[in-house]
Design a protein. Structure first.
Length: 227
């Protein structure tokens, strides 16, 4: 399974959701933001090296971290050397080895986002209740539909209430998981660990687990429509 976490607008919490969702799914998280990597870094070859042809994607995965990760480099030279079209084969290689991959997509609707959506079996759309974020999420939904990346779930992040969730579900056509502001999530993020490990009894952890189960159900249904 390859699952893309996207949303259009930057700063809505895609990386946080991708990291925690990968932990709940026991998946490898891939930081596919080639220009503005946000997930934890690690020593050794990274996605820049993989896309430049200098490293094997499976060998670049770090397993000795709280969540198995294929990190992305943070240098301008590395970003320039990367060939984005190699992302598809890299993700397929990691999925073949590990079974489940969660892709933290960059902001915007550029070609690098499209590549991840092309290879993904499903996607999770992340937004906040802010009007500009929702508008970008609608555009991201249209791109995912065009590229046949089925929308599994929507995450309404940093939401004070669930009041807009029903309207969002109707507009975008998928169930909504509401993630309220959370000290547990903030603490986990500061420690570079999944919230399900740092605060397993928290509301945030319960919502992430529910999100993961929803993704599993969607992917099972898509791959086995007859039951």
């Amino acid at each position: 399974m390859i699952l893309a976490v996207t949303g259009g607008k930057g700063g809505v919490g895609k990386s946080t959701v991708a990291y925690n969702l990968a932990a709940a799914l026991d998946a490898v998280v891939v930081d596919a933001d080639l220009g503005m990597a946000d997930l934890p870094a690690a020593r050794g070859p990274d996605l820049h090296d993989v896309l430049a042809g200098r490293a094997d994607p499976v060998e670049a995965v770090r397993e000795g971290t709280p969540v198995a990760i294929l990190p992305c480099g943070r240098s301008l030279a590395g970003a320039r050397a990367a060939e984005p079209t190699r992302l598809v084969s890299a993700l397929e290689s990691v999925a073949a080895e590990y079974g489940r991959v969660v892709v933290d997509c960059p902001a915007g609707l550029g070609g690098d986002v499209g590549l991840a959506l092309c290879v993904a079996e499903a996607c999770v759309l992340v937004t906040t209740p802010a009007e500009p974020a929702v508008a970008d999420a609608v555009r991201a939904r249209a791109l995912a539909r065009e590229l046949d990346a089925g929308l599994s779930r929507i995450v309404l992040n940093r939401a004070g209430t669930a009041g807009t969730a029903d309207a969002l579900a109707r507009e975008l056509g998928a169930p909504v998981t509401v993630l309220p502001e959370s000290t547990a999530m903030a603490d986990a993020q500061a420690r570079g660990e999944p919230v399900t490990e740092v605060a397993p009894e928290s509301t945030a952890a319960a919502r992430i687990e529910a999100l993961a189960e929803g993704v599993r159900t969607t992917v099972r249904s898509a791959t086995n429509p007859g039951g």
